[in-house]
Ligand binder design. Structure first.
Ligand SMILES: C[S@@+](CC[C@H](N)C(=O)[O-])C[C@H]1O[C@@H](n2cnc3c(N)ncnc32)[C@H](O)[C@@H]1O
Length: 381
């Protein structure tokens, strides 16, 4: 079957299960696999997709054998991944499975699956922290599989990782009578066709009731336009680790400045900040420098006693302190800019990695450099 036939077959199969696609259809798109495109003009508030609860893949649709085999307390994420892994080509989900991204695509794009783990050291600090959390969850879930009778059916870790990452990138949060008693992070479901929408920082409205999901147009779409949803107000570090891409334009993006500011602080200053709950997690976005950063910079600019008054009595220290803080901040940002440049250069010279991985890491650091530059210019204006 060619791709058009595969998409037509999916749409037919989905409609048979009560899914309504109104003037949208899946298409292959450059650099982002499959996406959803308007097949006729769409107006604001048009209902473009409805997926009834009966068409969802949930804990309740998982084969009894899978559920029974896994230890009590296994996360729904792992259960769905195991169920996907055990699907045969003749599965009733075959037309849906036919549009899943390939193993190669997943292992190229998602950092947890990168075979060259040395590349992880080029992830910005928040991305690396997220990756480490993801790794712990995967290790826990893989241990559950290995302890169970499913270990013989899913013997290879890389196979389970592929399906685990599919579940990670394609599930939606859903509340129903069936999952009401479960922890929030276990209320995960897979839904056909809706899982083909790509992400933008603003997108169509996704809503659910116990009866299913609806996706409604957030604006007008011309025939041929790609229709996006927004997976959440995510930074590019988050998108890179959780979904394997970064956006060129992302109004929710932010940059962590810990590697710029922490080296400027003495051990004693770090202890003071730690005690007061202000050590680390310094963040810059397109418009603002976070309050935590302002607090840390003030400690570098005024005597400790005055700093206490500034922080605890809500004084900002006036124009004179702010100017001192801004001058110091520019100096710190310039130094950090140099480090970012070095990272970009190192990445550009990397040879033993896939070009996409080098490019996405370079792009991320170029975005960080851009935000740092923009802030220097704003402070100096
Ligand atoms: C829920 S799926 C969306 C459908 C997916 N494109 C596919 O081919 O099946 C999420 C995945 O789509 C890709 N994706 C979503 N939005 C993207 C975007 N704006 N740019 C590039 N890739 C995107 C990422 O690979 C992500 O992990």
């Amino acid at each position: 079957m060619d791709t058009t036939e595969v998409f037509d077959e999916l749409a037919r199969w989905a409609r048979e299960r009560g899914v309504e696609l109104n003037g949208v259809a899946p298409r292959s798109l450059p650099d982002r696999g499959i996406g959803i495109v308007a097949t006729k003009p769409r107006k604001v508030n048009d209902l473009i997709l409805h997926v009834p609860a009966s068409a969802l893949r949930t804990l309740d649709t998982v084969r009894a054998k899978v559920k029974k085999s896994l230890p009590k307390g296994t996360k729904v994420h792992a259960i769905l991944a195991a169920d996907l892994a055990l699907d045969k080509p003749t599965s009733k989900y075959a037309p849906w499975n036919a549009v899943l991204p390939s193993r190669e695509s997943v292992s190229t794009h998602l950092p947890l699956a990168w075979t060259d783990r040395a590349l992880h050291r080029y992830l910005p600090k928040p991305a690396l922290a997220l990756l480490n959390k993801q790794q712990s969850k995967f290790t826990r879930d893989w241990a559950a599989i290995q302890q169970s009778p499913l270990a013989t059916s899913i013997p290879k870790q890389e196979d389970f990782l592929y399906f685990w990452l599919l579940a990670n990138t394609r599930t939606f949060y859903h509340e129903s009578a069936q999952n009401a008693g479960l922890p929030k992070d276990d209320r995960m479901v897979l839904q056909p066709v809706a899982d083909l929408f790509n992400h933008a920082d603003t997108g169509c409205e996704v809503a659910f009731t116990p009866d299913g999901f609806t996706i409604t147009a957030d604006r007008e779409y011309a025939k041929g336009d790609e229709v996006y949803i927004c997976y959440g107000k995510h930074s590019n570090d988050f998108l890179l680790v959780e979904y394997g891409f970064v956006l060129a334009e992302n109004r929710w993006d932010e940059v962590c400045l810990d590697d710029a500011i922490l080296p400027e602080l003495s051990r004693q200053q770090k202890a003071v900040l730690e005690e007061r709950g202000f050590l680390g997690n310094y963040v810059l976005d397109q418009r603002t420098v976070c309050y935590r950063t302002q607090v840390a910079l003030r400690l570098l600019c005024v005597p400790a006693g005055r700093w206490e008054r500034l922080v605890y009595e809500g004084e900002d220290g006036g124009e004179a302190v702010q100017q001192k803080v801004d001058r110091l901040f520019v100096k710190i940002l310039r130094k950090y800019h140099g480090k970012v440049e070095e990272t970009i250069q190192e990445l550009e010279e990397l040879e033993d990695c896939q070009s996409w991985q080098r490019e996405v890491l370079c792009l991320r650091w170029q975005q960080i450099r851009g935000l740092v530059n923009q802030t220097i210019e704003r402070l100096e204006a």
